[in-house]
Write a new protein. Structure first.
Length: 381
């Protein structure tokens, strides 16, 4: 997020823009103002062409935003939190708090992006045919026609069954749904992405070798290289997903954490804490006995020891609205992703009846992995 520029919120979702977007927007504005629009709609002033080019570039990125908003809204409908949307050099990305926990949710989230882009294409084409030819309306109509073509091409490209494209996610979700194996779907989509990206790279080299448009050649090389690298990153994640396939929060949480009254001092709580405890987070109880927050070991370590007896637990604990809460039966990997992406890197685990049964943090993955290895290596009686 270091180079991201905040653009505000849409439907409560943070929207950011990478600085590289300005390069693409400037290039698209220049192409439209100096090439496309003067040819398609002659007789206008240079200022009109430049304003038209700028408007076209803005509308293009609005259509990319519609695509990402489709992903974000469906993800939220599936109960998955959305950290934000970022517009990038080659499109955009919707940052989810965790991966979908079932194939149906993953399929819905992936499909809505190309559908939204196709809808933008239809809207632009309809606008182009509704406007009269000639003059400013004719220029706008030509601009809409180009944007309709660009969105149609993006929708078709993005639905290709190859990771990291939405079509690759659709393929992975379909395999997952048919076989019950998420990792197999990831592998199939990853190898398909590697093959598709390699083909695009070869196409780019061929275009440059045959003396075609150097812009087209370098574009295919750039897009193909991006697809290959992203597919390789997806394939590298397969072993991690395989290691925790079928694992739930119950396997890795720290059960029955010690609780601490909000009114006691940090020092008094630490003296009452068993010296051999392995817990790193402690639910805080209010006057009515209900959980009001979470005191973490990292928060305690951030305060000098000489202040522990002067500081109340309520003053140091994180309030509940900043704590991630997961269910004990949730798939482990998405649950840890949610906790790790939250404000506080420790979360609360609730049982079927809504009571607190444990705590969990990012290190839970390593604990679960160690337990699984120990079980695999244990001698059979």
């Amino acid at each position: 997020m270091g180079r991201d520029v905040p653009l505000g919120r849409i439907a409560g979702i943070k929207v950011n823009m990478d600085l590289s977007v300005l390069l693409v927007a400037g290039y698209l504005t220049w192409v439209l103002a100096t090439n496309r629009l003067p040819i398609e709609a002659p007789g206008q002033t240079d200022l009109t062409y430049w304003l038209g080019g700028l408007g076209g570039a803005l509308l293009f990125f609005v259509s990319l935003m519609v695509h990402e908003m489709g992903h974000a809204l469906v993800a939220r409908d599936e109960g998955i939190g959305v950290r934000g949307i970022s517009l990038l050099l080659l499109g955009g990305v919707t940052k989810l708090e965790s991966a979908p926990t079932n194939a149906k949710a993953e399929l819905r989230i992936a499909l809505v992006g190309p559908v939204a882009t196709a809808a933008c294409s239809v809207a632009f084409f309809a606008g182009s045919y509704a406007l009269p030819s000639g003059g400013i309306p004719g220029l706008i109509g030509n601009l809409f026609h180009l944007l309709g073509f660009l969105n149609a091409a993006l929708a078709l490209f993005n639905i290709l069954p190859a990771a990291p494209l939405d079509g690759g996610t659709v393929l992975a979700a379909t395999v997952w749904r048919r076989t019950g194996r998420q990792t197999l779907g990831m592998q199939v989509a990853g190898w398909a992405g590697a093959a598709a990206g390699s083909a695009l790279v070869l196409l780019g080299f061929k275009a440059l070798r045959d003396g075609g448009s150097s812009i087209n050649g370098f574009t295919w090389l750039l897009v193909g290289g991006f697809v290959v690298m992203s597919a390789a990153r997806s394939l590298r994640a397969v072993p991690l997903y395989a290691a925790f396939e079928g694992a739930t929060v119950a396997e890795a949480m720290a059960p029955r954490p010690p609780t601490v009254p909000a009114w006691t001092t940090v020092g008094a709580f630490l003296r009452a804490l068993p010296p051999d405890t392995s817990h790193q987070a402690y639910p805080v109880l209010g006057d009515d006995g209900r959980v009001t927050g979470l005191l973490t070991a990292s928060a305690i370590r951030s305060v000098p020891p000489e202040q522990w007896d002067l500081l109340k637990v309520a003053d140091l604990a994180f309030p509940l609205d900043r704590i991630t809460v997961v269910r004990v039966d949730e798939p482990l990997l998405p649950a840890v992703q949610k906790v790790d992406g939250g404000d506080v890197r420790d979360g609360l685990v609730v049982g079927a009846d809504g009571t607190i049964v444990g705590t969990i943090d990012a290190a839970a993955l390593f604990r679960a992995l160690e337990r699984r290895k120990a079980l695999e290596q244990a001698p059979i009686a």
